[in-house]
Ligand binder design. Structure first.
Ligand code: SF4
Length: 223
């Protein structure tokens, strides 16, 4: 079936998951090209010049050819291509026999509702203003969590020395309200002005279910 969705995929490859609760596990990464945010530290290449418009059948063939038990849809923001994903997962999720892992910025909650039934694991990356210069969106993030809770869900944040006490409190309390694991990732390269233990302790004073897990792909030179 032809791809009529205006969905472009930048790259598909297998590698070792570099962050979050599944760090160190082999995944197949499918990188989409669109995003609804504009984060300062973003290093994603959104140019569709070298991207491919896969049909859902071609995508299935490509995924079958790669040896890993988890498919990680990432971006960009993969939920912006929810129509393509829904069509693909409706037809191939069971046949593929792989876990479906969604890497998302946790803002597209209406789109998530459309495909939540096909997703197994959600890694929700909350973007903090202190790191990205994009406005904090905690109420939108909470709406996202309410839908995402139907599946396995955890939260990640990237922080640097500019993180505010208010952001720490809001993020910790949001994770606490829904009893979600919260992964703290210092922004790489780590600034000499960043006191990681101090920030960790501030989070810990609000919530104990937190994990300091750096983005390992950045220093292990993984894809
Ligand atoms: S949400 Fe991710 S892909 Fe989108 S602009 Fe921010 S860092 Fe880049």
């Amino acid at each position: 079936m032809q791809n009529t969705f205006n969905t472009y995929i930048k790259e598909i490859f297998s590698s070792i998951q570099g962050e979050g609760l599944y760090v160190g596990q082999k995944h197949i990464f499918v990188r989409f090209c669109k995003c609804n945010l504009n984060c300062k530290f973003c290093d994603t290449d959104f140019n569709i010049k070298n991207a491919k418009k896969y049909s859902i059948d071609e995508l299935s063939e490509k995924l079958k050819s790669l040896d890993a038990d988890v498919v990680s849809f990432t971006g960009g923001e993969p939920l912006l291509d929810w129509e393509f994903l829904k069509e693909f997962l409706k037809k191939y999720k069971n046949k593929l026999n792989k876990k479906i892992y969604l890497e998302t910025n946790g803002t597209c909650y209406k789109e998530l509702e459309k495909i939540i039934d096909y997703i197994d694991i959600i890694a929700m990356d909350i973007k903090l203003k202190s790191a990205t210069e994009e406005e904090n969106n905690f109420s939108i993030n909470e709406a996202f969590i309410k839908t995402a809770l139907k599946k396995e869900l955890f939260i990640k944040i990237v922080f640097d020395e500019n993180i505010s006490n208010e952001e720490i409190k809001e993020t910790a309390n949001l994770a606490k309200k829904y009893n979600l694991k919260l992964i703290l990732q210092p922004k790489m390269p780590i600034s000499k002005n960043l006191d990681i233990e101090e920030i960790f302790e501030k989070f810990y004073s609000y919530y104990h279910n937190i994990f300091l897990i750096p983005q390992t792909h950045k220093f292990l030179n993984l894809a």
